[in-house]
Write a protein that binds this ligand. Structure first.
Ligand SMILES: Nc1ncnc2c1ncn2[C@@H]1O[C@H](COP(=O)(O)OP(=O)(O)O)[C@@H](O)[C@H]1O
Ligand SMILES: [Mg+2]
Length: 266
């Protein structure tokens, strides 16, 4: 039996009377690669932010495994706050859609969580920072480590956000549009990195919001497609790709165009 890592039950959320999520039910299993897809504004990031505990549901529940307390592993987010939520997040890595870099240098961006969450010191952090900067094909020399994050291009900032998330050695990794805005060469590097990272530790769960058809082809994930507040499709990529559904077919065929439009949106 697969083990559930994250469970969403009857999740409803509206903003200003606009119902975004209309009763989502979803079990995400340990060790899986899951892609959440769907048109712009359909609620993918809102769904992720519920799992992260950043949005409180109007109705329904989100339950997650606390890897610090294996004896009592399944926790309802409605019952936990503050340091208990931090304890769960110790084992999660998140790449936010808009990167969410801290003010400060490249090094400080990677070091902050390693210091505050893992309690590491600079001498232990430096090799970790260098390892993950290399993994995302960024320079790892002193000059680059000391560069203020505002001096990075959009693509470099995205890669730094990925390096920061992975440097935590997370058991669960969330990527919100990890390749949007990257050139094809950088995208291909990130596809490989997400793939390799997934298998780096046993039972790592990777949850990816994306419009990137090449990334889906590379990962062959379980696909969850949101549409009009509900899950329209939940199944293997193979099946999604060949679907004859009159909603899925045009969505899939136009995916590269969606990707471009997202770049222009920025
Ligand atoms: N904090 C908020 N306040 C009001 N509306 C929001 C808020 N967050 C998201 N929305 C709206 O919810 C819808 C879904 O947003 P989002 O999940 O970001 O879409 P996407 O699927 O592109 O990630 C959009 O219409 C967005 O404008
Ligand atoms: Mg989004």
């Amino acid at each position: 039996m697969p083990i559930i890592e994250i469970q969403i039950e009857n999740l409803h959320k509206a903003f200003d009377d606009k119902q975004i999520l209309k009763g989502i039910n979803l079990d995400l299993y340990q060790g899986d690669v899951i892609a959440i897809v769907g048109g712009s504004g359909c609620g993918k990031t809102v769904l992720m932010n519920h799992i992260l505990g950043q949005i409180v549901p109007d109705r329904g529940n989100v339950r997650v495994i606390d890897h610090n307390n294996p004896a009592e592993p399944f926790r309802d987010l409605a019952d936990i706050h503050g340091f208990e939520l931090d304890s769960i997040h110790q084992h999660w890595g998140v790449v936010f859609q808009r990167n969410a870099l801290f003010s400060g240098t490249v090094y400080e961006n990677i070091a902050l969580w390693l210091k505050e969450v893992k309690g590491l010191h600079d001498d232990a952090i430096l090799p970790i920072a260098q390892k993950y900067l290399k993994a995302v094909a960024l320079p790892d020399d002193k000059q680059f480590l000391n560069r203020p994050h505002e001096k990075l291009s959009g693509g470099m900032a995205k890669r730094l956000a990925i390096a920061r998330a992975l440097s935590m050695g997370p058991i669960v990794v969330f990527y919100d549009e990890p390749t949007t805005g990257l050139d094809p060469t950088s995208s291909a590097q990130i596809h490989n990195l997400i793939f390799d990272t997934h298998f780096e530790i046993d039972k790592r769960t990777s949850i990816i919001i994306t419009h990137d058809k090449d990334l889906l082809n590379r990962l062959q994930p379980r696909i969850i497609m949101l549409h009009e507040g509900n899950i329209l499709f939940d199944g293997p990529f193979e099946e999604f790709k060949d679907s004859g559904s009159e909603v899925i077919r045009p969505y899939f065929d136009l995916m590269p165009i969606l990707h471009k439009r997202n770049i222009l949106d920025k």
